[in-house]
Design a protein around this ligand. Structure first.
Ligand SMILES: [Zn+2]
Ligand SMILES: [Zn+2]
Length: 114
């Protein structure tokens, strides 16, 4: 009787390990897939050296931008990705808005999801 119980315990711990391993495998695959798709999307939006919105406008890196986190309007040479407002709740933006039509593009320097 005791041997059966021990065998069951061993089986159970093996099953737990397998489930844990599968979860990590899924998580790892998902993370890798998002990293690769982000990298490819970033390459696509900058295919010819310019950052473009979906309508095809070239988004200039320097200009006047409005922070999506706090509404602060500022000059920037980096697509307005770093808000200078010291009280900004989101100083690192993950979107760039087209300066021509306003469509949003993902920050091409940002790889992976938070
Ligand atoms: Zn801000
Ligand atoms: Zn545009």
């Amino acid at each position: 009787m005791k041997t059966t119980w021990n065998a069951l315990k061993v089986l159970f711990s093996i099953a737990t390990w397998i489930v844990t391993f599968l979860c990590w495998l899924l998580f790892g695959t998902w993370t890798l897939a998002t990293l690769i798709s982000d990298w490819r999307a970033a390459r696509r939006t900058r295919a010819d050296g310019h950052l473009r919105c979906l309508a095809g406008h070239i988004i200039e890196p320097s200009g006047v931008f409005e922070c999506s986190g706090c509404g602060w309007v500022f000059r920037s040479d980096n697509y307005g990705l770093n808000c200078p407002n010291p009280e900004c709740p989101k100083p690192q933006s993950n979107i760039v808005n087209c300066t021509t039509c306003g469509l949003s593009v993902r920050n091409p320097g940002r790889i992976g999801r938070p």
